[in-house]
Write a protein that binds this ligand. Sequence first.
Ligand SMILES: NC(=O)c1ccc[n+]([C@@H]2O[C@H](COP(=O)([O-])OP(=O)(O)OC[C@H]3O[C@@H](n4cnc5c(N)ncnc54)[C@H](O)[C@@H]3O)[C@@H](O)[C@H]2O)c1
Length: 258
Amino acid sequence: MTGRAIVTGGARGLGRGIAARLVREGWNVALVDIAAGVEATASELAATRPGAVVTGLIADVSDGSACDRAVSEAVGALGGLDGLVNDAGIGGPTTEVVDTDPAEFRRVLEVNLVGTFLMSRAAARVMVAAGTGGAIVNLGSMFGQVGGAGGAAYCASKGGVALLTHSLALELAPHAIRVNTIAPGNMATDMHFDDVRATAAARGTTFDEELERVRETVPLGRHGTPEDIAGAVAWLLSDGAAYVTGQTIGVNGGVVLT
Ligand SMILES: NC(=O)c1ccc[n+]([C@@H]2O[C@H](COP(=O)([O-])OP(=O)(O)OC[C@H]3O[C@@H](n4cnc5c(N)ncnc54)[C@H](O)[C@@H]3O)[C@@H](O)[C@H]2O)c1
């Protein structure tokens, strides 16, 4: 299946890679991001396939009315909606729970978990009304599958995404709408590099030393790329995954197996 999809967090990183792959495979795509650069990303991706419709919309996914507006504008631009990829997310405070500011904890849940809920709600309403089925892919994390010391907010938000996925999959199955989570491992994006930089600063080591330390923990021996995630997302949106729903699929180089 190719069709019309919304990708949140599409301005850069994994979201941009996912959108680029979908455009290449024939989808028309609306990118939704809080960053103004989303419009430039949309123009760049539109130029990669003659006739592609790619639109960039600025919205904060933690804001319910902004999500409703963005979905409605996306549906207007694309002529309907077959897929939603909830990629927008932020890293959390790297403090231990006893030292964590509740406002910082809440903000992570608001963007990563409530944002996924709000966008899924708005998109599912459109898909259910159209009656033609669809697919939703949520970006979780390996840190939604295991906890991590000094990362409680992020882990809780991504664990929540995985279970939100299960509930949504059950509710939307009668409408032929599938819902799955991709749980990335250590991906070569700015979000991960910021985290590595913070670790290096805290330990008095270098960025390269910390990057190498992470790489050594990955059985496949390398960081993941946006294209690694995009391949899995494109498959979950496709008819090839027609019997897959409610799952959390790790795309992590084998890291949670160790
Ligand atoms: N990079 C990794 O190692 C990794 C690992 C596991 C999971 N993930 C998840 O994958 C997703 C993408 O990560 P990434 O590495 O590409 O991050 P990134 O920081 O490079 O990109 C995230 C994008 O989301 C957007 N965004 C942030 N807050 C938003 C909001 N409130 N509303 C709308 N857009 C918002 C940003 O502007 C940015 O374009 C995130 O959900 C992240 O938690 C990443």
